[in-house]
Design a protein. Structure first.
Length: 337
């Protein structure tokens, strides 16, 4: 075999795998936009929406089973387990100790006894979870009340309000009104004693007068009872003293320390963590890469402006009011009194 044929054979073997690429280059066929599967949307309530679609596809939501009576009959077992889908009418009471390994639905209210484990639950009315309950995937209702020592895996979404009575663990909770613990009398913070000029902060790298936005190198400390107007970006850590008022958003490359009775009319973002003491009021989003810790007596968001609190770990101290969503990507805890 001549060297020419050998070279041509090798080139042919090298070009054959590239042939589909050359054809697509000159005759483009795969240029349509990729489709988005709406089943994987980030909406926290998507599981309840999809389950209602599943129910609407059935001839009737109820199966004619008297689930209250059936739960009562099975209650004598040592560890009663329900392996079939529960679709009840009116009011559903799940006694203590039951394990429901499939979906539980009721077109009215659902209440549970101590130690109940639910894979998922949907109530068109109210959902009352007893002490030491566990939600494995998701739960939804108009109003939800959670007793102490519950483990809330997945998503817990209330259309109107969510009340958590004591210490629980959670991953994602959402409601227009989230009330942790009993109500309390929030006293207004005293007015700031002095104003800090955001355009004259030490080590300022950049200041935009139109946006009132300053970028500062290193760490920044705001003295107690001071007023700051504008948006602040800090490359290092940010320490906010007691009784401060910030009329804008803040972002830090390091940790953010927020003292007692601090008012922030904006968002708080940290590439590290956010540690907030008692009685703070934050009207914007709170986002941190590692951890967010919020002290007792805090108010997050407003009734007309829901917020999102998100971090890898989230610690919330009773009592507290939140309007919006709390998402602990790894683990979240509501700490008792």
């Amino acid at each position: 075999m001549s060297p020419l044929f050998y070279v041509l054979g090798v080139l042919l073997l090298l070009l054959i795998p590239l042939l589909p690429g050359f054809l697509e280059l000159y005759q483009k066929t795969d240029i349509a936009a990729l489709g988005i599967n709406r089943l994987h949307t980030g909406n926290a309530n998507i599981f309840a929406v999809n389950y209602r679609r599943h129910l609407s596809a059935l001839e009737q939501k109820g199966q004619g089973t008297d689930w209250v009576a059936r739960f009562a009959r099975l209650q004598a077992q040592q560890r009663p387990v329900i392996t079939e889908e529960v679709r009840a009418q009116g009011y559903l009471r799940i006694p203590a100790g039951f394990h429901c390994l499939t979906e539980v639905y009721c077109n009215g209210d659902i209440s549970t006894g101590m130690g109940v484990i639910l894979r998922s639950a949907l109530a068109e009315g109210n959902l009352n979870l007893g002490v030491n309950n566990t939600i494995l995937r998701w739960a939804g209702a108009q109003r939800i009340r959670v007793a102490s020592d519950c483990s809330l895996f997945g998503r817990l979404v209330a259309d109107k309000s969510l009340f958590i009575d004591g210490a629980v663990s959670f991953q994602r909770i959402q409601a227009p009104l989230i009330l942790l613990g009993c109500g309390w009398d929030r006293k207004p913070s005293p007015p700031p004693a002095m104003e800090v000029d955001i355009s004259r902060l030490p080590d300022t790298l950049f200041y935009n007068a139109a946006m009132r936005r300053a970028v500062v190198a290193g760490d920044v400390t705001l003295p107690a009872h001071s007023l700051l107007r504008g948006n602040l970006v800090v490359r290092g850590q940010l320490l906010i003293g007691d009784g401060c008022c910030i009329d804008g958003s803040i972002k830090a490359g390091g940790k953010v320390y927020i003292g007692n009775n601090v008012v922030i009319n904006g968002s708080v973002v940290s590439d590290h963590s956010v540690d907030c003491l008692a009685a703070c009021h934050i009207t914007g989003h709170v986002v941190a890469a590692r951890q967010v810790s919020i002290g007792a007596g805090a108010v997050l968001g407003r009734p007309d402006a829901a917020i999102s609190l998100s971090s890898r770990f989230v610690l919330l101290k009773l009592p507290m009011v939140i309007h919006g969503t709390v998402w602990a990507r790894k683990r979240g805890k509501v700490l008792g009194l």
